[in-house]
Design a protein around this ligand. Structure first.
Ligand code: GLC
Ligand code: GLC
Length: 805
């Protein structure tokens, strides 16, 4: 069952009912000012950091969970309705929500009035625009009253939800004409404020929530709306909001449009005030002025569309498979932008008050993002490397606003450092920008500790070399990629964090997964060294890689698949010897990608075992059989009921590893099959089972052991976005940036043998046609048969490429 459909020419998903199984959301904003918006216009806005600069409020664990956000009420006689269905919740005569690239529109009709609400954040400015068009399609004149409402959050989202004894006394606002300024805490240390305005005269306003709602009422029937008249309240403390009311008279057939703007402004400290107690409104007025006409907003909207057209033309596929085309050309890349912007910080499942930016998460998000905006990728790599410690280990997370490592969680996740190597090498392969390696980059943000970025990569690689366990395999530390495999934790008390409890420097527990990573990324580092004239270092590293490879073949192979780890007692995890958790997905993918045991056929065997034990209808499960009891020596993984999360769900992030691994052993059918199983557009028809958005990946899909098999959770912010795009665009379709140029080396399923990829790469536009013709087999560059798979870097502005299979 579906709740909408894809509109590919417009790059939209069209939701045709407000009653989706869960809120289906979208993101507004590209760089700085962001909004989350659901298909009923719920969600919230923030500037840079959803914890420290929260502009509008979100009520956690709310019932329903999606009240709030952009609230609009249209009062038409005795009927009150909302263009996005909520908050009024009145049944609509028609409803449609279109989630597009950085915008969302709602079109709905009630009693012959059509409302179209368009929400987006214009490029380069810190505001969200809501354009509301009203058309009277009835034969009579309509006299409507439109109410707007947003609820201010008192900036720090955690404090906002915690510190009532203070916060209910500090709310302050100014109301000037149609603009409501939110200036709580501005009198003291804040040099930013927000405002909500509309480009017309208002009949009234409210800034005090209780005046607006009335005693013991809910957002669906505020007393002010019921009465058709604002209270003109000015909040002092309590719960500040911003609401306008507008009288709208529409003749039959007449249309009127209004522009609401929610803006965020920072002011120099010495220019904070216009006069005593009166905030400096100059920057706000400039923004208000800029977007006060329909023409200006239409232009900003068109600019946003053009921005996305340009980004999405960097990698563009034409194939006979519509689902594949829409994922590759639109939704994979869109989700990569979102994960780059948000890491795992703010979604409907990540509160925005928690983790901030993750080290390993952000490094992996970059893998799917590099080609879109390389400058931002570069800056992010430096930010991430700046939280690394001198010994090569690193903080696990940082807060986007402060960019300082998060001391609450600390470090000790021993896969982290290698992801920095992965993303930096990928950045250079994309851009050819070796200068990033010279960039002076601090350790732990300590001024004066700067070393060229190359030194950070070196310490990352050496961290693994210097931290190996009894079998010569890398020590796992607090956890590797699997945050829930906590082999040094041993927690018996509820509430203890599995990630931070216990001795992190366990000297015994080893990770075969990190071994796979080290082989893969150690070799990439060695290649990089060769390229910049460090042949000796390259040789040393290759030698170390060999040692780990040998150790893995010796101690990390279980007979039919790769072992997952050794626990703190030296026992195998993910082995046939185990009663539960006999096989894990991660090392099958990574060790095969890394080519470990290739000559011995380990990769083929490992992937056959994956098929046999882990593949289900919707993807590949993370392990089998699931843990049915708590294992103190394994940690959080065994805390989840079977089939959920890291205990046997499809943890989608690692599915592309298996798919890429299949291409490494030349199995295009398996690669594409695995790709399709968890790919959102391919699951659209079972949306009533899958339940999350059919246009983006979710972090997990419940596995066969779970009562709700097939149900997805934690949509949008997952490393799957980047890895799935790498998988399909590079490994399967075969268009891969290398240090020396673009490589064309598809690994295809039987049913995909005729497609064209347009790829802009290092200043040249490549038109790559992949066709079936065994007589011609191989690569032709501008008509000339070419040995191998590489198109060397060149000065051409366009190149025609044929690749015959
Ligand atoms: C979450 C984390 C990610 C981790 C994964 C597996 O998605 O964000 O860092 O690798 O879980 O535990
Ligand atoms: C929990 C989650 C895991 C996530 C981690 C982040 O362990 O199960 O997916 O990565 O929290 O701290």
């Amino acid at each position: 069952m579906k709740y909408g459909y894809f509109d590919d020419p417009n790059r939209e998903y069209v939701i045709t009912t407000p009653e989706t199984p869960l809120p289906w959301i979208n993101y507004l904003g590209n760089d700085g000012f962001y909004g989350l918006i659901s298909n009923t216009a719920g969600g919230y806005d923030f500037y840079r950091d959803a914890k420290l600069r929260r502009i509008t409020r979100f009520r956690y664990n709310n019932v329903p969970n999606d009240f709030g956000g952009r609230m609009y009420y249209i009062k038409d006689g005795d009927t009150v309705w909302s263009p996005a269905f909520l908050p009024a919740g009145t049944a609509l005569d028609s409803y449609e929500c279109r989630h597009g690239m950085g915008y969302t529109t709602f079109t709905s009709v009630k009693n012959s009035v059509e409302a179209k609400l368009t929400a987006f954040v214009p490029l380069g400015d810190s505001c969200e625009l809501n354009m509301l068009d009203l058309v009277n399609n009835s034969g009579e004149t309509k006299e409507l009253t439109v109410f707007s409402c947003i609820e201010w959050c008192l900036w720090n989202a955690v404090d906002d939800a915690n510190n009532y004894q203070r916060n209910l006394s500090i709310g302050e606002l100014e109301v000037i004409g149609s603009t409501i300024y939110h200036k709580t805490e501005y009198r003291e240390r804040r040099n930013h404020y927000a405002f909500f305005t509309v480009n017309t005269d208002v009949a009234g306003f409210d800034t005090d929530r209780d005046t607006f709602l009335g005693a013991r009422r809910f957002w669906n029937d505020p007393v002010v709306v019921e009465n058709g008249k604002s209270g003109d309240s000015v909040a002092s403390g309590w719960y500040p909001i911003a609401s306008h009311s507008i009288k709208v008279k529409l003749a039959p057939g007449e249309k009127k449009s209004f522009i609401f703007q929610l803006g965020y402004v920072e002011v120099d400290r010495d220019k904070k005030w216009e006069s005593k107690g009166v905030i400096n409104k100059a920057p706000a007025k400039a923004l208000i002025e800029k977007y006060n006409s329909e023409a200006a907003c239409d232009k900003a909207f068109a600019d946003l569309a053009a921005y996305w057209s340009n980004l999405l033309s960097i990698y563009h596929l034409e194939s006979g498979n519509d689902k594949l085309n829409r994922m590759v050309n639109i939704w994979h890349q869109y989700q990569c932008m979102v994960t780059f912007n948000m890491s795992r910080s703010a979604s409907y499942w990540e509160t925005g008050t928690g983790r901030g930016m993750g080290f390993r998460d952000s490094c992996q998000d970059l893998l799917g993002f590099m080609h879109l905006v390389p400058d931002r990728a570069r800056a992010r790599i430096i930010d991430i490397a700046s939280i690394q410690f001198e010994n090569g280990s690193t903080y696990h997370q940082y807060q986007p606003l402060t960019k300082r490592g998060n001391a609450d969680i600390g470090g000790g996740f021993n896969d982290d450092p290698l992801w920095l190597v992965a993303c930096t090498c990928a950045y250079i392969r994309e851009t050819g920008d070796f200068t990033i390696l010279d960039h002076p980059t601090p350790f732990n943000n300590v001024e004066g500790s700067e070393k060229p970025l190359l030194e950070h990569l070196r310490r990352s690689v050496n961290f693994t070399i210097n931290n190996k366990g009894p079998h010569g395999l890398p020590l796992i530390g607090r956890a590797d990629w699997n945050d829930c495999l906590n082999l040094n934790c041993f927690s018996y008390e509820p509430g203890e964090s599995f990630q931070t409890f216990g001795p992190s420097e366990g000297p015994v527990a080893e990770s075969v997964f990190i071994a796979g990573m080290f082989v893969k990324y150690g070799l990439e580092y060695a290649d990089l060294c060769d390229h910049i004239g460090l042949a000796d270092e390259a040789a040393t590293i290759r030698n170390e890689v060999n040692n780990v490879k040998t150790a893995t073949e010796q101690f990390g192979w279980d007979g039919e698949w790769f072992v997952r780890a050794y626990d703190a007692n030296g026992n195998k995890v993910g082995s046939d010897e185990c009663e539960e958790g006999k096989i894990f997905i991660e090392p099958q993918g990574f060790c095969t990608m890394a080519g470990i045991g290739q000559e011995k056929g380990y990769g083929r065997k490992a992937l056959d075992s994956v098929k046999k034990y882990l593949v289900n209808d919707y993807g590949v499960e993370i392990l089998a059989p699931c843990y049915t009891t708590y294992h103190v020596e394994l940690g959080e993984i065994s805390s989840y009921p079977p089939g959920y999360k890291e205990n046997g769900a499809i943890f989608t992030h690692n599915n592309p590893w298996v798919s890429v691994a299949a291409t490494v052993i030349g199995d295009g059918d398996m690669a594409f099959d695995i790709y399709k199983r968890s790919c959102p557009a391919f699951l659209e028809d079972v949306s009533e089972i899958h339940r999350t958005e059919p246009y983006v990946y979710s972090q997990m899909i419940a596995g066969r052991s779970a009562p709700r098999y097939g149900e997805a959770k934690n949509s949008f912010l997952t490393g799957t976005a980047a890895w799935a795009f790498v998988d399909i665009s590079q490994a399967i379709l075969g268009i891969t940036p290398t240090l020396d140029g673009l490589s064309v080396k598809p690994c295809l399923p039987a049913d995909l043998d005729d497609y064209t990829v347009t790829r802009r790469y290092r200043g040249c536009e490549y038109h790559i046609h992949v066709l079936k013709d065994p007589a011609k087999k191989g690569l032709y560059v501008d008509g000339t048969a070419t040995e191998g798979n590489l198109i060397p870097i060149n000065d051409a502005s366009e190149i025609e490429v044929e690749y015959y299979i």
